[in-house]
Design a binder for this molecule. Structure first.
Ligand SMILES: *[C@@H]1O[C@H](CO)[C@@H](O)[C@H](O)[C@H]1NC(C)=O
Ligand SMILES: *[C@@H]1O[C@H](CO)[C@@H](O)[C@H](O)[C@H]1NC(C)=O
Ligand SMILES: *[C@@H]1O[C@H](CO)[C@@H](O)[C@H](O)[C@H]1NC(C)=O
Ligand SMILES: *[C@@H]1O[C@H](CO)[C@@H](O)[C@H](O)[C@H]1NC(C)=O
Ligand SMILES: *[C@@H]1O[C@H](CO)[C@@H](O)[C@H](O)[C@H]1NC(C)=O
Ligand SMILES: *[C@@H]1O[C@H](CO)[C@@H](O)[C@H](O)[C@H]1NC(C)=O
Ligand SMILES: *[C@@H]1O[C@H](CO)[C@@H](O)[C@H](O)[C@H]1NC(C)=O
Ligand SMILES: *[C@@H]1O[C@H](CO)[C@@H](O)[C@H](O)[C@H]1NC(C)=O
Ligand SMILES: *[C@@H]1O[C@H](CO)[C@@H](O)[C@H](O)[C@H]1NC(C)=O
Length: 618
């Protein structure tokens, strides 16, 4: 078989040459000479079986993609005639071989701006050689190699780098001076390595730093008065026990701390003092015992923090309230049982210090074990819009309870303490799914601005008739699925803004007429006890209704006039819907093909509208 290919072309475009190369794909293992004066700036030779590269004469070429070949030998002079090459993709090859010759070839292209040498099993030494003479290199990817130690000589000849990705290597050591001299460096991705400590973060220039999926136990910056450009810091999936000590002056907007062990220490006070102790030990500061964590966090303009999947047993009220720009806080999947107001007072007047979360709009507390939420905490959420309390054990107060409960009565027995949502005037989206709620009292959400409410999976909940009083004009989405409800449990008020209603997995057999008030666009009644739907109600609703989910009910085929008025509504699951005739169950779609066959006596109205089944969209 042919193992060496010489392609000489002057009239073909580079794309045509690539196509020619692909045609001989299974034999093509060595590209001896590729010559063209074509002006096409791109050549894609990826996904071939090229093993060797000898001479490329492509003076106009700017981008060369050789990824996913079996390249292990590039002759020294192979790239000498690629005067304009800016982008080279060598990912997924075997460049760990013949490093001497390959590196000489790479050294000859000093014009490169983008280089991808990911997945080549490269060692530290090989990479260092491949990065020689790269003054214009801007973007470098070397994920999935075997780097272990980043040394200060690594980027010595590629100091213009702006973006470096070293994901998925074995890096455990970064020598001082490795990244500091790269003054253009903005994006540094070191995710999926073996880094354990960041003892002295010094990269003022970096905007994006990804350290996700290492084994980082702490992250410390020595305090100075220089500005750091850091905007995004990802420390997720590590072994952090403490909050990171970030640069004092920074631009940090997004802080990803999910899947760590922060909060393992019981109280916030001990966590803060441990963190500061650690700081002093690492920085070897012997001076005054300052609260470094807090003094630095206070200046952090962060808008988003993800603390999900950590080990918090108490909510760090003081520390998080320092973040005056914080808009989104994800505190899901921790071990909070209480959110109490254990804050230190600076003086001893007995008055509690007032703290606020002045920008917090979105708070996710799902999957904790929350029973008790201090009313003081709720009143500190002055801008809250979205509150997710799924999968906790929260009991909502009625409005009267809320007034009564304020402090003293609640504290005695946390089991009976309730959460007064009525206080949250700005609240728009509330999810209380799966809280084992016993009772939804009258006026529970009275002064909120609720737009969506999820009450699903509270199988023992009794909904008082007046429960939605106060929000019936603002509510647009209501979810009451999986609540073990019968129609007599379902008393819904007139809700003139409601566009979405989900009530699947209950035992409901009729839709309350009060819903004729609502411009519903989506209704989900799957898996209930419906045998038919009120066709005059459906006719009213059909003016707005786009989507109706109906499967899992025992509809009576011969009492399905309601289907005839749904001429513009989509029934996405009609194919999974059955109906019952006197003699048997049949697929609804089967029935609709010939209604008279199944219901000739029972539903004469069908004779009047024999075509109706054709206008139903399914
Ligand atoms: C190199 O090619 C691979 C596909 O083989 C692609 O995933 C990667 O993004 C490319 N690198 C660059 C820098 O475009
Ligand atoms: C950091 O890298 C990980 C691993 O590739 C990725 O999943 C994550 O999205 C990155 N983080 C950010 C903030 O881009
Ligand atoms: C919070 O984190 C959990 C777990 O990763 C995720 O499912 C949820 O969507 C996040 N919430 C927000 C508001 O981003
Ligand atoms: C207690 O501290 C608060 C500030 O936290 C201050 O406003 C108040 O005046 C102080 N009270 C006394 C008696 O010092
Ligand atoms: C919850 O708070 C109550 C008082 O508010 C306290 O008695 C109880 O011990 C707390 N439980 C936990 C687990 O912190
Ligand atoms: C709270 O409820 C739990 C279990 O439901 C029970 O073990 C505990 O004793 C109760 N505490 C109080 C103070 O009633
Ligand atoms: C549903 O309600 C019935 C009584 O109406 C009760 O017997 C049954 O246990 C409830 N099911 C669940 C899952 O709570
Ligand atoms: C059917 O709906 C209409 C319109 O909402 C209502 O007036 C009527 O009472 C309903 N019929 C039944 C049997 O519920
Ligand atoms: C749907 O039904 C309404 C009256 O109920 C009628 O005005 C409209 O033309 C029908 N649309 C189609 C596509 O049949």
């Amino acid at each position: 078989a042919l193992t060496t290919v010489v392609i000489l072309y002057s009239s073909l475009t580079a794309a045509e040459a690539a196509a020619a190369a692909r045609m001989v794909k299974h034999m093509l293992s060595s590209l001896l000479l590729l010559w063209s004066l074509s002006h096409d700036p791109r050549l894609d030779l990826s996904n071939n079986f090229i093993r060797q590269l000898h001479t490329l004469v492509l003076p106009y070429l700017e981008q060369l993609d050789l990824s996913a070949n079996q390249l292990d030998l590039i002759s020294e002079g192979a790239f000498e005639n690629l005067a304009r090459l800016e982008e080279l993709n060598l990912s997924s090859n075997a460049m760990n071989n013949n490093v001497g010759s390959n590196s000489k070839a790479l050294r000859s292209i000093s014009t490169l701006k983008t280089l991808d040498i990911s997945m080549n099993r490269l060692s530290d030494d090989a990479v260092e050689l491949y990065l020689r003479n790269k003054p214009s290199l801007d973007q470098l990817k070397m994920s999935g190699n075997a780097l272990t130690r980043l040394s200060h000589s690594l980027f010595q000849e590629s100091k213009g780098l702006r973006s470096i990705t070293i994901e998925d290597n074995l890096v455990s050591v970064i020598e001082e001076g490795t990244f500091e001299p790269l003054s253009q460096l903005e994006m540094l991705n070191l995710a999926k390595n073996n880094l354990v400590h960041i003892c002295d973060f010094k990269l003022h220039q970096v905007k994006y730093l990804n350290l996700s999926r290492n084994s980082v136990e702490f992250f410390v910056t020595r305090e100075d008065d220089q500005m750091y450009n850091l905007e995004i810091l990802d420390l997720s999936f590590n072994k952090l026990l403490y909050f990171p000590i970030v640069p004092k002056m920074n631009n940090l907007r997004y802080l990803h701390l999910q899947n760590n062990m922060v909060g393992t220490l019981n109280s916030e006070a001990s966590m803060v003092s441990e963190t500061n102790y650690l700081y002093n030990r690492i920085i070897k500061e012997k001076t005054a015992r300052k609260n470094n964590l807090h003094s630095n966090w206070r200046l952090m303009p962060v808008i988003y923090i993800d603390l999900s999947y950590n080990h918090f047993q108490s909510f760090p009220v003081e520390t998080l309230s320092l973040l005056s720009s914080l808009e989104t806080l994800n505190f899901s999947y921790n071990c909070l049982q209480n959110i109490s107001w254990n804050i230190r007072n600076y003086n001893h007047t007995g008055d509690h210090r007032r703290l606020y979360f002045p920008s917090l709009k979105h708070l996710d507390l799902q999957s904790n074990r929350l029973v008790h939420v201090s009313p003081r905490f709720l009143s500190a959420l002055t801008q809250i819009e979205t509150l997710n309390l799924n999968d906790n054990s929260v009991q909502p107060c009625g409005s009267a309870d809320g007034l009564r409960s304020s402090q003293s009565t609640q504290r005695k027995n946390p089991n009976t303490s309730c959460v007064a949502f009525g206080k949250l005037k700005t609240l728009k989206h509330l999810s209380l799914k799966e809280n084992n709620i016993k009772m939804l009292h009258p006026n529970t959400f009275e002064t909120t601005s609720l737009v969506s409410l999820n009450l699903a999976r509270n199988a023992h909940m009794v909904i008082h008739v007046g429960a939605l009083e106060g929000v019936q004009t603002t509510l647009q989405s209501l979810i009451i699925s999986e609540m073990n409800m019968t129609s007599s449990d379902l008393a819904l008020p007139c809700m003139p803004a409601l566009t979405q209603l989900k009530m699947s997995y209950n035992h409901i057999d009729f839709i309350p007429s009060s819903l004729s008030c609502s411009p519903l666009r989506e209704i989900d009644i799957r898996n209930n006890a419906f045998t038919t739907l009120n066709h005059s109600l459906i006719k009213v609703l059909s003016a707005h209704l786009d989507l109706l989910y109906i499967s899992g009910n025992r509809f009576n085929c011969c009492n399905s006039k309601w289907l005839t008025v749904l001429n513009e509504t989509e029934l996405p699951d009609i194919g999974d819907t059955e109906c019952v005739t006197r003699v048997r169950n049949i697929a609804m779609t089967e029935y609709l093909k010939n209604p008279l066959l199944y219901c000739s006596f029972e539903s004469l109205f069908l004779v009047e509208q024999p075509e109706f089944h054709q206008v139903i969209k399914y």
